[in-house]
Design a protein around this ligand. Structure first.
Ligand code: NAD
Length: 447
């Protein structure tokens, strides 16, 4: 692949996209981005666990050809840029990649060190860790730029419980759902205007002129677009997942009782899409009760909708009634964090950002710089993201083996420090604290 300067595509099958589906050979080339900070620790463990599961599941007939790609600190080292164009192009070509966390500058300082996330007002050596090859001018979030450049419109988060993890919710063991959060519209579209700004005042004036309603002149103004196109492609993804994984329902979450033409339309368009493209395999709740006497036909998917505030109650009181949730951006943001808390999912919550043709799987926690290189942290988030990736590829047998290994390791209380501490606090006496790589090995032993 001579089009790349630093990326070396290994021998293997390039994934293609044909008639709305990925075509995946037995030796697919998959991108891997180590990430900054503890990416150094967790990413190699993930690779080892995935390779072991794939070998065990398919007896050597299948294997992943990993293709290292560079961003963050590694981007700086290879290209002099934390967000190299070549990396974006390589992900586009490979269609599936998995990544560790990346440093994001958050303060006002002009420079950030990609080794330790320290922020300062000058280039050169880092005032904190002393290294002189990681300090760069502040930049916009690498994660956000991947989403925007690759139009990864669905943020996908599985929420599941692992026996043995101390969880605050009484019904945590019944939690098992997949969240599809829209990634490009709603508040994420970023149409937010400062009080007194030209645009804010013009919008206030326009609304007054067209509707007669007066907004206070000292208001900041946010515009929240939710489109039919954006909604339908998200709900299609959620339904595709429900079909592929044989799940019983898809729930559209919205605040349509208050915002009829954004949130309410999200639900309306979601139902329309289900009828138009999945009509033969979906049933609405209304049809279930009006036409089918409340008896769900085997193999069909129930389409429901819930008001956002009520779903926050329902995932706590009746979590087993939900399997796939589709939400606009802001509701999805709240829901993802609330749901992971239900299951005590510290360090374990995986995620992915997807378009139709490209999927980027990721650890959802940050770079935890103080633990970098100590082989200490929990690799669960990136390993579970790899489970999602294997499911996405249709390699469910390998995904199931990893899940089995993780479940058993946690059940046996063979875990990293974070879970060990929580379990001991709950009074367990048989906890054995493992290193990051030790936890990976414990998973492999239990597949
Ligand atoms: P963080 O998630 O890196 O760390 C917060 C704390 O959580 C850590 O001190 C550690 O105690 C714990 N922790 C995190 N991951 C863990 C793991 N795998 N196992 C065990 N414990 C874990 O959040 P932060 O300190 O706010 O952010 C550090 C850097 O990471 C910042 O630059 C931030 O912008 C970035 N960040 C990146 C992502 C991402 O790339 N997805 C997400 C969040 C934060």
């Amino acid at each position: 692949m001579s089009q790349f300067k630093e990326v070396k595509i290994p021998d293997g099958d390039l994934i293609t996209y044909c008639d709305g589906a990925l075509v995946i050979g037995d030796h697919p080339v998959i991108g891997v981005l180590r990430g900054d900070g503890i990416g150094l620790d967790i990413t190699p463990v993930m690779r080892k666990v995935v390779d072991a599961a794939v070998t065990r599941a398919f007896g050597g007939a299948r294997a992943i050809a990993w293709c290292p790609l560079y961003a963050g600190l590694e981007g700086l080292q290879h290209y002099g840029s934390e967000f190299p164009d070549e990396t974006v192009e390589a992900i586009r070509l490979l269609r599936i990649a998995i990544k560790g966390p990346f440093t994001t500058p958050i303060g006002e300082e002009t420079h950030v060190c990609l080794h330790c996330a320290h922020q300062q007002y000058h280039a050169g050596g880092c005032d904190k860790c002393g290294k002189d090859d990681g300090v760069t001018a502040r930049f916009r979030s690498i994660n956000v730029r991947f989403r925007q450049h690759l139009d990864l419109f669905a943020c996908v988060r599985p929420i599941m419980y692992f026996e043995g993890v101390p969880a605050p919710n009484k019904y945590a063991d019944k939690v098992d759902f997949m969240i599809f959060r829209e990634n490009t519209e709603d508040v994420y579209a970023g149409h937010d205007f400062e009080r007194g700004s030209e645009v804010a005042l013009a919008i206030i004036e326009l609304i007054k002129a067209k509707t007669g309603r007066q907004i206070r002149l000292d208001s900041g103004i946010g515009v929240k677009p939710i489109s039919e196109f954006g909604t339908k492609r998200l709900v299609r993804k959620a339904l595709d997942w429900a079909v592929a994984q044989k799940l019983p329902s898809v729930t559209l979450v919205h605040k349509g009782n208050i915002m009829k033409f954004t949130e309410g339309s999200f639900a309306k368009w979601g139902y329309e899409l289900a009828k138009e493209e999945f009509g033969d395999i979906t049933v609405t709740e209304k049809e279930l009760w009006d036409d089918l006497g409340g008896k769900m036909p085997a193999g069909k998917i129930l389409m429901k909708d819930r008001i956002a505030d009520s779903i926050f109650q329902q995932i706590q009181t009746r979590p087993d009634e939900y399997s796939v949730l589709a939400l606009p951006n802001l509701n999805g943001d709240y829901m993802s964090d609330a749901a992971i808390a239900l299951v005590g999912g510290l360090g374990l919550g995986p995620g992915a950002n997807m378009s139709d043709e490209v999927a980027l799987f990721e650890a959802t926690h940050g770079t935890a710089p103080k633990y970098t290189g100590l082989d200490k942290v929990n690799p669960g988030s990136i390993i579970l993201s790899a489970v999602m990736m294997l499911n996405h590829m249709g390699w469910n047998a390998a995904a199931d083996l990893i899940l089995k290994g993780i479940r058993q390791a946690i059940k046996d209380a063979r875990v990293t420090y974070d879970l060990a501490r929580l379990m001991e606090r709950e009074g367990r006496k048989d906890v054995k604290e493992l290193s990051c790589s030790g936890f990976g090995d414990a998973i492999i032993e239990r597949m």
